[in-house]
Design a protein. Structure first.
Length: 269
């Protein structure tokens, strides 16, 4: 017999989510208006989050999520990792995410994965989840996200999108504004909604007749192995730097530690 108590987040994960803005809060952030007040009441502990344990669509989505991820891997040949992990934005400790998973796009870009089960698929459905997917990608520092969508019981759809940088910047600014009201324990105003950009409809073209394309493609294919070796060497060099080292140099290469504690590699002057 299936146990509904095993679904969803653990009590510890629920407690953690009360201390940050998660992906499921993204729609409220961009909706503005009364949604801000309702979310503020939850984040300040004045009200409890809605109990969704008897909402069939939510419960069904939780049960089909593992199947969805397995189906995605089978159909695309790509691996999914990080399922259920919680991550925090490196700059904003009040913005976090509980991951459905991490994967790559068809082109090989790192991407967050959202597994959805919906009754119908249309542009409105995609727009509804754009803020959540953008939120998750921003936390991970990714420029891309993927949605694996079950539509009813007989259709699967795959959406691969690039994060809109302007929308992402506005979204983070709204999160910061909202969280300031949480920290100050002061009820927020009812701001206007942030318009969610529609997905771009991209064309497919054949560049076989372009001489410039042919030349640059040849250079790219020739240098690609060297670029991988370059990246691997840089990673190895940085791995040699201990936490208390601010500058290391030798054999014409130096690594400096920046104010943000990041390591920067360059040629010695």
């Amino acid at each position: 017999m299936l146990d509904l108590l095993t679904l969803g987040l653990s009590p510890e994960q629920h407690a953690q989510r009360s201390r940050w803005l998660g992906g499921s809060d993204a729609l409220a952030i961009v909706s503005g208006g009364d949604a801000w007040r309702e979310l503020w009441l939850q984040k300040t502990g004045r009200t409890a989050p809605a109990d969704l344990s008897d909402v069939l669509a939510v419960v069904m989505g939780q049960y089909t999520e593992p199947l969805n991820i397995a189906w995605f891997q089978r159909q695309t040949g790509r691996q999914v990792s990080g399922c259920g992990e919680q991550r925090i934005h490196p700059r904003f400790p009040y913005i976090g995410v509980t991951l459905d998973g991490l994967t790559t796009t068809e082109e090989g870009f790192d991407a967050t994965l959202q597994a959805k089960h919906v009754s119908q698929s249309n542009e409105a459905m995609e727009l509804r989840y754009t803020a959540q997917c953008t939120h998750e990608a921003l936390v991970l520092g990714y420029d891309h996200y993927v949605m694996s969508v079950f539509v009813g019981s007989s259709k699967w759809e795959l959406y691969e999108r690039e994060v809109d940088p302007f929308f992402g910047a506005e979204y983070l600014a709204l999160c910061e504004e909202f969280w300031n009201y949480v920290v100050a324990d002061r009820e927020p105003p009812a701001p206007p909604p942030l318009p969610v950009p529609p997905p771009r409809r991209l064309r497919t073209i054949d560049m076989t007749d372009s001489n410039i394309w042919a030349e640059c493609a040849g250079v790219w294919r020739t240098l690609k192995p060297q670029a991988k070796a370059f990246d691997a060497a840089a990673k190895e060099l940085k791995g040699l730097i201990e936490p208390d080292v601010g500058l290391a140099s030798g054999h014409g290469v130096q690594i400096k530690r920046g104010r943000n504690d990041a390591l920067y590699i360059s040629e010695c002057k």
